[in-house]
Design a protein around this ligand. Structure first.
Ligand code: DSN
Length: 429
């Protein structure tokens, strides 16, 4: 009698369509969805075929712990070369001495930094989540907010901008261990020199989380956070256009062990080596001359979309943008974020609801919409299309204002125009 087979038929040869139709069909449907709409979610992008391919490579099978040359598992010669390349490219791209390329996410990168430079109970100074900060910068619902004493700075009610005198003053009074600059929905350029003054005034280290604008820094379209920052974190999948994951960057030799030890063994075990390899590929792409053109285009498109939305009477928090994203305050239109985002999605324009500074509405509804242009820029949309997108957003939201119960007429009209634009910009074959 033949023993029962250990592997299903086609284990080494069959594709997903043959072995798991449920998942295969979901992927096909997702591809169709993204083809027919315009993605304006600020934390999304479209990776190259090469980045996609590397994430599905056999590197997914390898387990290691530690760092290149100092691993706990054998057989690491090839993944050592991959990780060393990712580190070298990150340092070259962002002009720093050290990089850790293992964090699985931006939140884990930020937690590793907290772990490296602070003790639970220490004070940290960071931007309020509602003013545009990030969960991992000390939000009450996040570990960072539970384990540290968090002092927040916000933005001025009058102009939606950071009050740097306030940040310096808070640092001087509270003497935090870490000052954090950056966030998820602050659209204007950060004054890194002013944050440095704040950190120095409070005897703190300065962390810049450049997740949303890292691609602009890489492409020379945004001031770099070094030399003002002690540590920089970034996700790799937003404007930087790489795989899901993050980087930690720094210059001070004294931080090398604390940061590396905080990532492993502090927070993570084995890195996802197929993702580390994809980070290396994406960083290599960001070092090519075309990336500077892409970064300049992202900034130009963001400013065009912002200006045209303002032309339609929308209020942008902070008065505009210096980054790939912008935040629209919907209160003057009498709208809220959730129904606005849902109506836009039905019209083929995909964005996310977002809190605005001092948002008084329910967190499930919110008063703002956040738009980002990185993904659509990668797809090939240009200035004319971003002007058209602003007009289409305005048409949907005006329809919603007039017909809050049923905006299908405007949604249908816009959906057709969106499909027309989307069809002109194909992505993967
Ligand atoms: N931080 C979230 C965002 O900005 O959308 C996820 O990256």
């Amino acid at each position: 009698m033949n023993p029962a087979p250990l592997l299903h038929p086609g284990y080494f040869t069959a594709g997903i369509a043959q072995t798991d139709p449920l998942i295969a069909e979901a992927i096909v449907r997702e591809q169709a969805r993204t083809r027919g709409v315009i993605e304006l979610i600020a934390s999304e992008n479209i990776v190259s075929r090469a980045v996609l391919e590397v994430q599905g490579s056999i590197l997914t099978n390898k387990t290691v712990e530690g760092y290149p040359g100092k691993r706990y598992h054998a057989g690491a010669v090839n993944v050592d070369a991959v990780e060393a390349a990712a580190i070298a490219r990150a340092c070259q791209l962002f002009g720093c001495r050290f990089a850790n390329v293992q964090p699985h996410s931006g939140s884990q990168a930020n937690h590793a930094v907290l772990h490296a430079v602070a003790e639970p109970g220490d004070t940290i100074l960071a931007m309020d989540l509602n003013a545009g900060g990030h969960l991992s910068h000390g939000a009450a619902v996040n570990f960072s907010g539970k384990w540290f004493k968090v002092v927040n700075y916000g933005v001025r009610a009058a102009d939606g901008l950071i009050d740097y005198d306030e940040v310096v003053d808070l640092a001087r009074r509270h003497r935090p261990r870490l000052v954090i600059a950056g966030g998820s929905a602050y659209a204007r350029a950060l004054d890194f020199a002013a944050f440095r003054r704040a950190a120095d005034a409070g005897g703190a280290r300065l962390l810049v989380d450049m997740a949303h604008f890292a691609g602009l820094v890489a492409g020379g379209a945004h001031e770099p956070p070094f030399p003002h920052a002690d540590i920089v974190t970034t996700t790799t999948y937003k404007s930087l256009r790489g795989p899901r994951g993050a980087l930690i960057l720094w210059n001070d030799e004294a931080l090398r062990k604390p940061i590396n030890n905080a990532v492993f063994p502090g927070l993570q075990g084995t890195p996802s080596l197929q993702v580390v390899a994809a980070k290396a590929v994406a960083l290599g792409e960001a070092l090519k001359p075309e990336f500077a053109c892409y970064a300049a285009a992202v900034l130009a498109h963001a400013r065009t979309l912002a200006a045209r939305l303002q032309h339609h009477g929308f209020h942008l928090v902070g008065g505009g943008t210096d980054t790939p994203l912008m935040l629209v305050d919907l209160r003057p239109q009498g709208l809220t974020g959730a129904p606005a985002a849902q109506s836009l999605e039905r019209a083929g324009l995909v964005a996310n609801m977002n809190p605005i500074p001092s948002d008084a509405t329910d967190l499930k509804v919110m008063s703002g919409l956040r738009f980002g242009v990185s993904g659509a820029t990668t797809r090939g949309l240009g200035l004319a299309e971003f002007e058209a997108i602003a007009d289409l957003v305005a048409e949907v939201l005006e329809g919603l204002r007039q017909h809050p119960g049923d905006n299908t007429a405007a949604e249908g009209r816009v959906r057709e125009r969106v499909a027309g634009i989307a069809a002109r910009f194909p992505t993967y074959a």
